[in-house]
Design a protein around this ligand. Sequence first.
Ligand SMILES: C[S@@+](CC[C@H](N)C(=O)[O-])C[C@H]1O[C@@H](n2cnc3c(N)ncnc32)[C@H](O)[C@@H]1O
Length: 243
Amino acid sequence: MSTNYSEVFQDTDAVEKYEHVTYAPGSYASRISDRQGAYLRTMVVREFGPNRPVHHDFACGTGRAIRTLHGLVREAHGYDTSAEMMAKAAEVGSQAQWHLVAADGPVPDPVPAGAPAIVTMFRLLLNVDDEVRDRALAFAAKALPGHGDGLLVVENHGNAGSVRHLRARRHAGDRWFAELSHKQVAALLDRHGFEVVARRGFSMLTPSLHERRLARGADAVLRRLPGTGRFAVNVLYTARRKK
Ligand SMILES: C[S@@+](CC[C@H](N)C(=O)[O-])C[C@H]1O[C@@H](n2cnc3c(N)ncnc32)[C@H](O)[C@@H]1O
């Protein structure tokens, strides 16, 4: 899946669709992104205080995480296999240094910008194979060599323990329908010396359920209950290198 997946985002129509349809104002994805942004910004201020981190955004795409953390970080670096996605990132106002990386081969080197650092990895892990997942996490481990060096935040937008799982049978054999469980994410992080320090859910709904106003209301209530991140469709995991 890895080669095809990286090729998908080298198509200008796919880039346009990602930025202007998937992330159109008010869309399912952009509402989740807004909530994630508020959460991330609060976390960065709380965890790093005045000692602003350098931001490494792996699989940065059009720079969603980079725009979110702009002003709270010392410098930002976006890494991606798609020059087209990074060109769009710059066009829509994301401010960072852009680094084109290969889809496979040796693990890319983060720019040596020192600690503390925050590494983000949004909407990558779900749809790629284990090799790409491991390579991405190996990149994060290079950027965060020690426990005190900063934080890694990864997104799982297809939690296997959520209502989305009801679609799994219908999509059996469909290579574009993937799921990741909390256990799989924790195991992946663990393999690279990370431990999960926080897990937060950002929607209990699938895109089709999100179309229903009543469901959106219920989601807003449910998301406030403690522990419901376990059943969320969309989840962020924050991790540190183990001591
Ligand atoms: C769904 S987009 C997510 C973009 C951005 N992180 C976000 O959440 O909006 C997936 C991104 O992963 C990039 N990508 C695909 N394969 C990759 C790989 N092997 N290494 C790094 N980036 C990759 C694609 O070019 C694309 O920009």
